[in-house]
Design a protein around this ligand. Structure first.
Ligand code: GTP
Ligand code: MG
Length: 444
């Protein structure tokens, strides 16, 4: 088909045609509903708030059940995230609900890093989903999606203002998750104080640029209720699973000596508003926003970090294949560079070691020569000493022979002239005065 034909074809107006009778595609929404119901839904709530603020009680009250809970201690050295998943069923709809508790939040003396484990947990869930998406054999259909759909941020009912920990944490989370701030234990604050507290919280959030989740107003069916509810934020809630008799009805409430706070009484607190907005009206929007806004942002940043782009520097579309090839070349180049660096490093190291060894060898040689010289000197001295001793021994032997000759001569003379004996003996003992014989040894 020629290019001009193609243009004409695509520019052609769509024509509305009426059907002659029932065809059946009006059942598409029903098919979708049926498919979704069979598949079931998942919803993941993150509860952030200080220890004992009423997180577990509110969850039990919201879903009208008793989840597993255990009191957190105030001595955690860092915030840790504890997810628990439950299968719930209402009519024929299955809900896989995960409640993630930020255990130990606000308990550390230094709270600078309190937000970090929460952010890391949210990112890890995004990363797991991205890895599944990038797999060749994906199974997103039955993948257990653990991405956080909503963060219920429990504000302590001080009546003053938000703590810096709250502002910092919400700021760090607002681009990653839908935040719904709630004032916990709202029965502990008076009506007029609560009104002022709500205004103060909202103005602080705005002035610090914290983006909280806004109930959507683009769908006609819920636009009105959602815009009214947006004006009620943050919801002031009371939680209780205790049932108290009011009139002739059993209601969930908190009973005090001075009266009863009914959880589901809209003039007592905003619990019903929260339940309506979170579960009945906007649960699907929260899931959708998580996927299309927060996850999309994470995915984009991650892929850009990995070097993927949609367009090249000339604003031309960049195919995945090209990006991959460019990245591969970059990687191989880098690898080669690293290899060359390592080789050079190895050569230098060998040279260094060689020089060190040579130096050591030279030192050893010098030492050896020195020892050799000493040895020769010693040898020479010993040789000299030996020569001296030999000379002395020869001299001694000569004297010994002379003495013996003299002795024998004198003996002979004695035997011939016994009268001259004493005189000769005297002569014998007056021989060289410097030498004598002691115990057979010659002493000078
Ligand atoms: P950890 O999991 O240990 O951090 O505590 P938590 O935030 O889950 O609080 P939890 O629901 O265990 O409640 C702590 C205490 O607060 C309990 O004694 C609850 O009865 C009480 N509590 C819970 N909700 C409310 C409330 O709305 N108002 C008041 N006054 N007390 C509440
Ligand atoms: Mg708890």
């Amino acid at each position: 088909m020629a290019a001009t034909d193609l243009e004409r074809f695509s520019n052609e107006e769509k024509r509305n045609l009426s059907l002659g009778g029932h065809v059946g595609f009006d059942s598409l929404p029903d098919q979708l509903v049926s498919k979704s119901v069979t598949q079931g839904f998942s919803f993941n709530i993150l509860c952030v708030g200080e220890t004992g603020i009423g997180k577990s009680t509110l969850m039990n009250t919201l879903f009208n059940t008793t989840f597993e809970t255990e009191e957190a201690s105030h001595y955690e050295s860092a915030v840790c995230l504890r997810p628990r998943t439950y299968d719930l069923q209402e009519s024929n709809v299955h809900l896989k609900l995960t409640i993630v508790d930020a255990v130990g939040f606000g308990d550390q003396i230094n709270k600078d890093e309190s937000y970090r484990p929460i952010v890391e947990y949210i990112d890890t869930q995004f990363e797991n989903y991205l890895q599944e998406e990038l797999k060749i054999r994906r199974s997103l259909f039955n993948y257990h999606d653990t991405r956080i759909h909503v963060c219920l941020y429990f504000i302590t009912p001080t009546g003053h203002s938000l703590k810096s920990l709250d502002l910092v944490t919400m700021k760090k989370l607002d681009s990653k998750v839908n935040i719904i701030p709630i004032i916990a234990k709202a029965d502990t604050i008076s009506k007029s104080e609560l009104h002022k507290f709500k205004i103060k919280i909202m103005s602080e959030l705005v002035s610090n640029g914290v983006q909280i989740y806004q109930f959507p107003t683009d769908d006609e069916a819920v636009a009105e209720i959602n815009s009214v509810m947006n004006a009620h934020l943050p919801f002031a809630v009371v939680g209780s699973t205790e049932e108290v008799k009011v009139g002739n009805k059993l209601v969930r409430a908190r009973q005090y000596p001075w009266g009863v706070v009914q959880v589901e009484n809209e003039s007592h607190c905003d619990f019903v508003k929260l339940r309506e907005m979170l579960i009945r009206v906007n649960m699907e929007d929260l899931r959708e926003q998580t996927h299309t806004r927060h996850y999309e942002l994470y995915r984009r940043c991650k892929l850009e970090e990995m070097g993927f782009k949609d367009t090249d520097p000339d604003s031309q579309p960049f195919s995945l294949q090209e990006t991959y090839e460019t990245k591969r070349k970059e990687f191989l180049g880098e690898l080669q560079k690293k290899e060359e660096e390592m080789r050079q490093m190895f050569v230098n190291k060998v040279k260094e070691t060689e020089a060190e060894l040579k130096e050591k060898e030279r030192e050893l040689h010098e030492k050896f020569e020195h020892l050799k010289r000493i040895h020769q000197e010693e040898k020479r001295k010993v040789e000299e000493k030996r020569r001296e001793l030999e000379e002395e021994m020869n001299a001694f032997n000569r004297r010994k022979v002379a003495v013996e000759t003299l002795q024998s001569q004198s003996l002979q003379a004695t035997s011939q002239q016994p009268l001259k004996k004493d005189k000769d003996k005297k002569n014998f003992f007056s021989l060289p005065s410097a030498c004598s014989i002691t115990s057979g040894r010659y002493v000078n």
